[in-house]
Design a protein around this ligand. Structure first.
Ligand code: F6R
Length: 598
């Protein structure tokens, strides 16, 4: 949520900031801006809308300077507008700040500052920050920031520059992610690695409540009490190419097509989880996550209960954190998150840890807050996921959950050697099967074109594929803005069947499984009410063709593992509907990739 970038070095700063902002645009795209320090002056340029608008402005109004900060915004307080765009300056225009997060007590701070004659230009919470720093400024920016932080409540990652101290960037993190990139004679700050990957692979993941003073040849990090900290320097394992489109029309299609490689990589990299958890003692599991990762958690429940035979609860992280959950001794918490920075998931995890629960995370970003706070992290090896709608991270989360379930089942002696071997062999066939489905993209595009104008969609599934019905509906609504609902097919007759008429498109996941006959009955109930059915079925199922005109076939697979396949046509269907409607699939309206605010 919101992207921050900063640069100090010997090169012209504006192009570097602009390029970094483009790579961070997935974090928010309501407005963008840049502040550059030159000749003891702060120049700020900002524009409502996409980075391209800022780029056009920068073509007309060149700014020179070798130190600056930039921001791409996802609006929380104050509408998307040029005025509300970051960077925000203090009244004197000497201090500029970019902010990711929410200042919860900004109204109170604003009132206090207004009494002292500070005037505000925007409706944002963020504008109190430069003014508060300015109020405390007596010739030492770092000291003023520390004073200001004592007053600020909420989550924030900040980049701060001042015309009065034009040789440094200050950066601080409190519950919102921030990294420092280390170059030669130049250094960077950023919300995320892809923003600076072109320049350096050496990064410091700033820890919570740490403050960094960044000069072109030096980085000093300290805690809030001012004690020096020696940071761990990490080396980013993926290349700039992995964070680029690689010939695809957009990131989403590229990421959908990467799935076979990702699931294969997870299988090849799998090692039994290590850490201070004794998995033998676990008596129940609670999975917490949001959005697509929550749907992966729901699949995880079916899989873990079926293979490990211990009770599993799955909770939306945003609900879990506020409902006084009962966490017993020997409860394992599994947190699932692509980014590892989702505010609700982190808060849920912190809530759980108060009860001394053991925490395992399934996360795609090593070094993220979630991986640092977990007892054990299972890397999902999906590489950078740039498109706002999650695709490859989802199947990566599923594959990781399958392997974790098999590991626990072996430990609990629920599976013998042969059963385990058979399961692994099924999982090894997934990548090839996914490729076969991807090869049907033309068919799926044709179906998308045919159903483009339906005003609403229903997605139905049963058992382990019920969560994929939710996921299919989520993908369609977030990308194409068509109302879509996912249901457990057995629930239809308890209410939702009233929705069906000739204007309803119904996507039914009806692969071969113990619940296939039940799904077929649901399909017939839909047809009887003139619903337009699109079925996902197993190759070789001739019967379904006599009922349903539009069938997308998937290769045969062990039913428990089928969500790894059935989700692919759902992703492609949503993708093509949105593309054909002319929408920006990588950046759907109102959304941002990392939801770092509540
Ligand atoms: C939907 C989507 C979101 C995320 C959710 C959690 O396509 O991407 O629903 O799944 O915001 O994000 P992470 O996994 O980063 O915690």
């Amino acid at each position: 949520m919101c992207g921050i970038i900063g640069y100090i070095g010997k090169q012209r700063v504006a192009p570097i900031i602009l390029e970094g902002l483009k790579r961070l645009e997935y974090r928010g795209y309501d407005s963008a801006g840049i502040a550059v320090i030159n000749k003891n002056k702060v120049s700020v340029l900002k524009r409502k809308g996409r980075i391209a608008n800022l780029e056009n402005l920068l073509k007309k109004r060149q700014v020179s300077g070798e130190l600056g900060i930039g921001h791409t915004r996802w609006a929380t307080h104050g509408a998307p507008s040029t005025k509300n765009a970051h960077p925000h300056c203090d009244c004197s225009g000497r201090i500029a700040v970019v902010h990711n997060g929410i200042i919860e007590n900004y109204q109170e701070l604003k009132r206090e500052l207004e009494k002292d004659d500070y005037r505000f230009k925007s409706q944002t919470d963020s504008e109190v920050i430069p003014n508060l720093i300015s109020k405390f400024y007596k010739g030492n920016l770092e000291k003023a920031l520390r004073e200001a932080m004592k007053k600020l409540k909420g989550s924030y990652a900040l980049g701060i520059v001042s015309a009065d101290e034009p040789e440094k960037i200050l950066a601080v993190r409190n519950d919102s992610p921030l990294i420092i990139g280390l170059g030669k004679g130049e250094n960077f700050i950023a919300s995320d690695v892809p923003a600076i990957l072109k320049h350096t692979k050496k990064v410091i993941y700033l820890q919570n409540r740490q403050l960094a003073v960044i000069e072109k040849d030096n980085v000093d990090i300290s805690d809030l009490e001012g004690n020096k900290v020696s940071p761990k320097i990490d080396s980013v394992s993926y290349s700039i190419e992995a964070a680029q489109k690689g010939g695809f029309r957009d990131f989403m299609l590229k990421e959908i097509y990467e799935q076979p490689a990702v699931v294969s990589k997870i299988l090849s990299q799998w090692v039994s989880p290590e850490g201070n958890i004794d998995f033998r003692d676990i008596e129940q599991i609670i999975i917490v996550a949001c959005g697509t990762a929550f749907h992966a958690g729901l699949v995880g429940k079916y899989v873990l209960e079926s293979l490990v035979r211990i009770p599993v609860w799955v909770d939306l992280a945003s609900e879990f954190r506020y409902r006084k959950p009962i966490i017993k001794k020997n409860t394992l918490i599994i947190a699932i998150s692509q980014s590892g920075e989702t505010a609700d998931t982190l808060a849920a995890v912190r809530e759980a840890k108060k009860s001394k629960a053991k925490l395992i995370s399934i996360c795609n970003v090593l070094g993220s807050s979630l991986t640092r706070e977990s007892d054990v992290n299972l890397d999902t090896y999906a590489g950078p996921e740039v498109s706002v709608a999650s695709t490859k991270a989802y199947t990566a989360q599923l594959m990781t959950l399958y392997l974790l379930a098999l590991y626990l089942a072996k430990l609990k002696q629920n599976l013998n050697k042969d059963e385990l071997k058979k399961a692994i062999s099924s999982l090894q066939k997934v990548a090839a099967a996914q490729k076969k489905i991807l090869d049907k993209n033309k068919d799926i595009k044709r179906i998308a074109r045919k159903h483009l104008h339906f005003g609403a969609f229903l997605y139905l599934g049963r058992g382990v594929n019920f969560p994929n019905a939710l996921e299919g509906a989520l993908k369609l609504k977030e990308l194409s803005y068509i109302p879509a609902e996912g249901y457990a097919a057995g629930e239809m007759k308890h209410g939702p069947i009233a929705l069906i008429d000739e204007y309803r498109a119904i996507v039914c996941i009806a692969n071969d499984s113990p619940v296939y006959d039940k799904m077929l009955s649901n399909i017939q109930e839909g047809l009887a009410r003139k619903g337009k059915i699109i079925a996902i079925a197993t190759q070789g199922n001739e019967q379904i063709k006599s009922y349903v005109k539009e069938v997308i076939f998937i290769p045969k697979i062990e039913p428990l593992f089928s969500p790894l396949l059935t989700v692919i046509p759902l992703q492609l269907l949503a993708y093509y509907v949105a593309c054909l409607k002319g929408y920006d699939v990588d950046k759907p309206r109102n959304l941002a990739k990392s939801v770092t605010v509540e």
